[in-house]
Structures are given as C-alpha cells and as structure tokens.
Write a protein that binds this ligand. Sequence first.
Ligand code: ZN
Length: 242
Amino acid sequence: MRILVISDVHANLAAFQAVLAAAAGKWDKIWYLGDLVGYGPNPNECVELLRQHEHLALSGNHDWAALGKLDINDFNEDARTAVFWTRDRLTEESLAYLDSLPAKRVEGAFTLAHASPRHPVWEYILDYETALENFDHFDTPYCLVGHTHVPILVAEKEGDDLFIYVPDYKETIYLEDTRVIINPGSIGQPRDSDPRAAYALLNLEDLTWEFHRVNYPIVETQAQMRSFGLPEALVLRLDHGW
Ligand code: ZN
C-alpha cells in the first residue's frame, strides 16, 4: 500500500489540486493529518476534494476552531478573522464531516496526530526538548504529525539523543528500525520559507518515505482571498512560504 501523507491544506484548493496532480498514480490512499480549513478561501471545496479519495483523516486546531470546539483567544487577530469567515462559509455537511474526525489515531506501525502525540491538537514540535519528550508518548515505531507547517524528520538515537533531518527532496528515506517523528509539511500554508506546497509519499511495504514539493498558482488563491476580504497579511505570506 502506497500512502500520500498530507497535512494543513488550510482551504487552499489550488495548492491541494497541484499536489494531487503531481502525485497522481503514486499512491493508493491518503493519510490526512489535519487542518483542512482555516486561512484559505475554499474550505468546502477542500473538504469535498479530500472526501472524493480513499482516505483517513484527522482534525486539527483550525478545524476545531471552525467547529467552535476550541477557545480562539490564543489565535492572533488575522487567524481569528479567518476562523469567523470560515465558520460562516462551511456547509452543514462540511461541519459534520470535520466534527467526525479524531485528532489522533493509530494505523499499524504508525501513530498519527495532528500536532503531537502528547497533545494532539495544539502542541508545536519545533524544538529539540519538545521532540525528545514526545518520543515517550507513542507506542508505535513511527509517528506522523502536521501542525507546524515545517517538513522535518526527527529520529531517536541511543540515549537522549536525536537526529534531525531537514528534507532536500532528492532522497528516498528507509525507515527501518529507528523510531521517528515525521512531518510532511503543509500544502496550503508552508512556513519554512519555501512557498511551494509540501507532501510526502510513504510505501508501507518497503517502509520508504519521500518528501516532495510542488509549485502551485499562488496568485489564484490570493485573488480569491482578496475577493472574500480575508486579511492581507494572510494573502501575502503565501508568497514567502511563511
Ligand atoms: Zn495548520
């Protein structure tokens, strides 16, 4: 079984379509790691597009925010504006679908969590200590997360030591026996200074992992965001991958 591992579409349909086109024929099922909506202009379209494919999915903090399941006082003003816009926009069907998703699940050798295995909805694995501590919070060999919008692979070494791999998009990685936490990056709002949409391919037979990036028509998403009056800072950050 070949898995398309994706996360954080954030209602950016043009980016989502570009990823599906680039990865066409290379996967059998999608594992979606959360935050389908929030920030972008196409929340319902992105829900529908995901549901057209064989998949399993998690919900993320922005999905919870849109559902009213999360206190959004911690969100900055632009993010809150986008949450209110998204709430108004989502259909009953989209809301019911998002509400049906867990924030964490186990699939064979993989624990899937939107944010972290310890705190599946809100914790950011962005520093060494947080990554290290989270290895004590899943029982499977491998853990997949989204949420930070930064593609990365963190491997547990002997003792309290981690190996941190930042993708160069050329290598096939063999997962083997080492416990790892991997983030495929974000489709709809990358935050590693690379504006291209991020995705990953996982082969469950030979346990190989590949990080990928693909260009998408950013101006299309930006034009739609402006037409809906979404905050300009959220429009501009797509240019910078931040
Ligand atoms: Zn997100």
